[in-house]
Design a protein around this ligand. Structure first.
Ligand code: ATP
Length: 523
């Protein structure tokens, strides 16, 4: 089934008119009217919980609206299921891909195909049709490879191709760049531009205003379920978008004084990690983090940053080398786990919030004390004192502006940004001497990002040592006093904040070594 030619009987590809949706007491979409043009990329921005995903889920048939109507190419339609949406030429690429990992790309593309299993000549025809689409949109994917063997950027291309193969004229992408490396983002943008040139409509949900400015034609801003602003992208800027999202003036840059570093509190010397397959995932890592400084680790995801954080936080063993925590040496044979790390004054905000930092199914007050159950202030005798736990959670929620401030609400019902603020509050509450923090603002809206950044700078200014791993170069550049760059399991270079810029870091991320400066990576 190749994509049908665009037949436009209206100036709009899709119109959402007066869409309303409630989840119990939450009014997720309030009388939303939005119109999307053919041959355009339309951005949708808003704070966590503003109602973007709900609106797109209504368009894709996951949820039914309580009120309002949807028009596709000028005709009123009823979309009750994703199959209805697909039949109307609407496709969606989710943040978490919906592919069968043990199938090949081609098998995934044909899965759920209306004609049932495709064999022999029909299979050859389907392959030819898919290849034609690949050509048309510049979407290269290895059709016979197993999905599980593909990098995340290629899996995403499979999802896009799948939607196009099912005839999508309108493609919804929910935070598509959250999991991509910078070169993968560039490649995705080239594909989206090709889609636009070929008359398709792309609806792009993202928290990254830079992406909105780079690629969209128009952008709509949602706040508390309502459309509060619409812009032609060329006529606006990031600041205006940020202000509309938050509803007040927002500081986009991080306000910080130069660091005054003290003694080294955390160091690694020639640390190596060899994984179960015998691959060295962390090679001879050497670094120092001093009191009163933020050291940022830049790199394309999967180049050893996660292993480095896991070793330093006691979550993963290392095979050789030494870690020194406030003067105490830790070797591969030393007993050192996450609880030991905490006792020694090291706190850790893990990269994978949902897997490692909270328990989704538990109420917020249980996630808010995870790892700190044995604190004397939380127990009565040998049992946890739940009243104190709840009171502690309420206080953390107040300090870190966690919304809603309900300690009994299930953790999974908070937005990503609010879950992250809860984790940051928990880890910073004990004034750790050393904080390891991985991807602190992934999936987090700009209001919460500004808040989290301020907290990190203030911790630094209180003389603490912070090691920050982030896939966001802007974040690394905004926060770090020194920057180390990792590639292929190695720290390939170091730059001071003054020397660092995107292009220099980008070159190092590609594995081209730079001369160590200031502290020296092997210092
Ligand atoms: N299935 C659901 N049940 C109950 N409440 C929900 C459900 N889905 C969303 N909500 C609530 O509806 C509101 C809008 O959520 P939505 O996910 O649409 O926001 P968003 O703008 O996409 O946020 P984010 O940027 O965090 O993804 C939030 O308050 C959210 O908690």
């Amino acid at each position: 089934m190749s994509a049908a030619p665009l037949s436009v009987s209206s100036a709009w590809a899709v119109e959402l008119v007066g869409i309303d949706k409630r989840f119990g007491p939450v009014h997720a979409n309030r009388d939303v009217t939005l119109r999307f043009a053919p041959a355009s990329i339309h951005g949708l921005v808003g704070e966590n919980g503003a109602g973007k995903s709900t609106l797109m889920s209504i368009l894709y048939g996951f949820y039914e609206a309580d009120g309002g109507e949807i028009l596709v190419r000028g005709k009123q339609v009823s979309i009750r299921t994703p199959q209805d949406a697909i039949r109307l030429g609407i496709g969606m690429v989710h943040q978490h891909f919906m592919l069968v990992e043990t199938f090949t790309v081609l098998e995934n593309l044909l899965l759920g195909h209306e004609g049932g299993p495709v064999l022999g000549p029909a299979m050859a025809r389907a392959r030819a049709e898919v290849q034609a689409l690949e050509q048309q949109f510049g979407l290269e994917v290895p059709l016979d490879a197993l999905v599980s063997d593909l990098p995340v950027g290629v899996q995403q291309r499979v999802e896009i191709l799948k939607a196009l193969y099912r005839g999508a004229e309108v493609l919804i992408l929910d935070e598509p760049t959250a999991v991509l490396s910078p070169p993968e983002v560039e490649q995705l943008f080239r594909i989206l531009e090709r889609l636009r040139q070929q008359g398709r409509t792309v609806l792009l949900i993202t928290h990254k205003l830079k992406e909105i400015m780079a690629i969209t034609d128009r952008v709509s801003v949602l706040r508390r379920g309502q459309v509060v602003a619409e812009f032609i992208t060329a006529e606006t800027d990031r600041q205006a978008l940020a202000d509309a999202m938050v509803g007040r003036k927002t500081l986009l840059s991080v306000d910080k004084a130069p660091a005054t570093p003290g003694p080294v509190l955390l160091s690694a010397q020639n640390v190596n990690v060899i994984d179960a397959r015998g691959v060295t995932t962390l090679k001879d890592a050497c670094l120092n983090v001093r009191a009163g400084e933020i050291v940022g680790i830049a790199g394309v995801a999967g180049n050893g940053q996660s292993e480095l954080l896991e070793v330093l936080s006691g979550m993963c063993r290392f095979d050789s080398g030494t870690v020194t925590l406030k003067g105490d040496e830790i070797g591969p044979a030393t007993k050192y786990d996450a609880a030991d790390a905490r006792r020694r004054g090291l706190a850790h905000v893990p990269e994978d919030r949902l897997k490692l930092a909270v328990i989704k199914e538990f109420p917020a007050h249980e996630s808010a004390i995870l790892g700190y159950h044995q604190d004397k202030g939380l127990s009565k005798g040998w049992r946890l004192d739940w009243k104190r736990v709840v009171a502690k959670t309420v206080s953390l929620m107040e300090q870190f502006d966690v919304r809603p401030g309900n300690p009994h609400l299930r953790t999974s019902l908070f937005s990503g940004g609010n879950q992250q603020k809860l984790v940051m509050a928990r880890e910073m509450d004990r004034e750790p001497d050393i904080l390891l923090v991985g991807q602190p603002t992934r999936g987090v809206d700009i209001g919460a990002i500004a808040f989290i950044h301020r907290q990190l700078v203030s911790l630094r200014d209180r003389g603490k040592a912070i090691l920050l791993v982030s896939a966001e170069l802007d974040e690394i550049l905004a926060l770090s006093d020194r920057i180390l760059v990792m590639c292929d399991g190695e720290i390939v270079g170091e730059l001071s904040a003054a020397e660092a810029n995107e292009s220099r870091i980008g070159t190092m991320m590609a594995g081209i070594k730079d001369t160590p400066a200031v502290e020296g990576v092997s210092a």
